[in-house]
Structures are given as C-alpha cells and as structure tokens.
Design a protein around this ligand. Sequence first.
Ligand code: ADP
Length: 489
Amino acid sequence: MRIVFAASECVPFAKTGGLADVVGALPPELVKLGHEVTVYLPLYAVVRPHLADRWKYVIRSITIPYESYNRFAGIVDGGKRNGVQYYFVDCPELFDRQGLYGTPTGDYPNNWERFGLFCRAVLEASKILGVPQIFHVHDWQSAILPIYLRTIYAPDPLLASAGTVLTIHNAGYQGWFPPQTTERLLLPWEIFTMDRVEQFNTFNFLKGGIVYSDMLTTVSRKYAEEIQTAEFGNNLEGILRSRAADLRGILNGVDYAQWDPARDGYLAAHYTANVLTGKQECRADLLHAFGLESVSATTPVLGIVSRFATQKGFDILSGIADELMRRDVSVAVLGSGEAYYENLFREFAARYPGRVSLRVKYDEALAHKVEAGSDIFLMPSRYEPSGLNQMYSLRYGAVPVVRATGGLDDTIEEWNAGTNPEQGTGTGFKFYGYAPGDFLAAIDRALAVFPQKSAWHRLMRNGMVKNYSWTQPARQYVEVYSEVAKRRS
Ligand code: ADP
C-alpha cells in the first residue's frame, strides 16, 4: 500500500515526546512489510542542520490562500532513509523558529495557521508527488488534514479515493482556537457545530479529526477504553464513544536499534539479560553524571526521565518525598518542562544533597544513562497513553514502578514471587489510586524485593526479555489501513 504520514514530530529531525519516536520508527517497519511510505514534516529551524548539504526543492511554491493574503510553501526533499521518503514543508515565516509549538511562555498564537498550512501543503504536494491510499495523521497538529479532505477538497477527483487514519497520541492536547478559525482556514461555517469541529465555542482540531477520519487509533488498548470516559476523554469522550467501532488501541513499539543495553552507544558498558555485570558500570557512570558518587553500592537508585507536566503525576511524588527519603534510596531525575515541577524537583534535590540529584534539560545521552544506571524507574502518571520509558526501563533492567493507567497498565505486570522467587512472575510494581500513599506502597514493595538478589535478578530478567518491538504494532496498523482502503475502494 501507499501511505503518507503527516506529522508534527519525527526523530531524528524534531522531537518533544513519544510522538516523534513513533513517527520515526513505524514507517521503516511498514517498509519492511512491503509498503511504500512517505513522511511529511514542517521544516522547523531544528530541521535545517539535517538538510544543510542537501537542500533540494521538489516543489518550489504551493500557493495557500487565506482570506486576504496568500502564503507560499515549498517542498524540500529530505531523501530516503531506511526506505522511507521524507519531505519537508518549507514556509520560513511559520516554521523557521526555535520552538516546535511555542516558547517557554506559551504556544504560538498562530498555530492554527501553521498546522493548517502544513496540512493543506501536504494535500497539495501529494497531488503532484503521489496520492496515497492512506493519509495517516497524528494528534491535533495534523488532524486538520482529514477535515480539509472531506470538506473543501471533497470535489477533487485526484484525492477522492484516499482514506484517512488519525492516531491520538495524547487526548490532553486538542488544538483549541477561536470560532473565526473556521473561516480563516477557508472552511465552511456549516462544520462549526457540536457534532463536528465545535467544542464550547472553540474550533477543536482534534475533535474535527476524530469526526472526519475514516478510522482512529490510539496508542494502547487501555487508553482506547479510557478516552471514552469522562476522566480521560477531556470532553471528547462523547464523540469518541460515537466512533468506538472505528477506534483501535495499538501499543507503541520500542526501537531496539536505539534502546538496547547490549549495543547502546551512550553507555559506559554493555550488558544483557544473561550477562548483567556491565550494569554496575552504568550505575557508577550515572551516579558520576549526577554528582551522586557517595551513594553506597547497596542503595537502590530510583530514576526518572520525563517531561515535567501535570500528566506525569509528580505532584504525588512530592507528597511522599520526605517519607521516601527516610528509606535507604537515592534519586536521579532528568526532565524539563513546566516551571512548577522544575521547582518541586529543585527543592527536593536541595533538601537531600548527595542523595537526590536533578538535571533540568532535554538530553538524549543522559536519558539512556538513567535507564541503564537505575535500579528502579518511577512513572506515577495521572494518565499515560502508551509511555515508552517504562518499556525502555524493562529492557534496561530498571524495574518500573508505575501507576496502572493506559500503556503502563498494558505493559507492566505486578511481581509475584510465588513459592520460589527465582521462578517469580511479573515485571514491576503497579498502583491504582492516584494517591501518594498508594505510590509509596508500590515503591516499598519494590524496595522489599531489592535486597533479595536472586529474586531481584529474576524480576529484572523477566522485564529484560520482553519484546515490545515494532513488528507486531506495524502489522496491526496495516490491518487498519487495509480496512480503510477496502471501505474507500
Ligand atoms: P511523552 O510522549 O508523553 O513525553 P513517552 O514516554 O511516550 O512520553 O515518551 C517520552 C520520550 O521522550 C522518551 O523517548 C523519553 O526518553 C524522552 N524524554 C523525555 N524527557 C526527556 C529528557 N529530559 N531528556 C531526554 N529524553 C527525554
């Protein structure tokens, strides 16, 4: 099949979270299965260095009309990697900026225009470079593509048989804009109704994508159920329930070429489930990188790698911080994001120098070091559509302690020592309620097993041998594409 991905992030070009990992890893996997895949991305400032020596337009100028002005977008050929064709939508006035979506003080106010233009440019470019059977769009930033396709592009015979799949990576971000956005995007006012794009008198990009896409996916089985409830649907639960028959939960995969301690180039030493000795060296390397050299060899290291956002649940960590530090533990935290959480962690680290250490930055190398050097990995998320870090930590032998939500619930199985801990089952520790006490109890269960070396090794190994590669999810996406193509043929 011919599939076009339109997305706002993709490794190695532009990344703020798991979306980029998915758009980076799924297309090559689809190519391996014999499909033809093209990925379109905005040409942000961070993309420029990737193109420096090979800047080549395949389309010089596409005119995108607005009410009282035109914008012009070029399509730059990013070449092929692992069989996937990359194209970048170039419109410097809109994309040649430092941030992908905004500055530390907030989102760019014209994101409606930035991503509206991006999606129209993808549709226009496809008519010249190749119309796919499936446009696969991701989150609110490209959810506008199916809206365009089924409204102002509906009469276009070139695009008539193309189907659409929308993947919801996070229903907490929906792209809300003023009602006037409808006409600013040259869309007909008749779609500004509650059963289409309107929500509480805003134009909601994600909602429109949900209504106008042929099929929907989200990134775990559990999250597919959760987003149909008021607690997780962020006011989209009703519209999602109305499309339940077309919604699938497909767990994200892990790119083990990047995330495997047997060959990870960022690590001080390599190790496997059978030969764990290198993990000690990685632990020492991590403690050194975080200035925690004085932590004793018998003290478990608790690791965190995360965006700092309400979603990630760190307010319940702050509720148990002092109680936790009465135990023999040390904590290494890597993250960046909202100032509120940065300050929480700064205060935490300041209260326990030499035992708690924080690095506020986005740092790929350090993220790998934390996974490899930690004994226990903490993810107390309020909600977690898929989550990648818990799957990485399984492979790296950093036993996850997670809240049982979304992909965390789907991927982590509670440790059960049984009658012989060396034969114990399970891969980590889960808690259900969103309460500090529940979180602490789960950490305590982990800490109780940690000193029992043979049980702990069994627990680590149970996780390390799990395989969450992209092979299976890619096949599930192909099933979805096939179903859409069948409906459209
Ligand atoms: P989300 O997409 O909600 O941020 P995921 O767990 O799905 O959460 O994906 C997060 C990705 O971002 C992982 O690849 C993780 O390693 C990476 N990441 C998050 N914060 C940082 C950071 N401060 N430095 C490096 N990588 C980070």
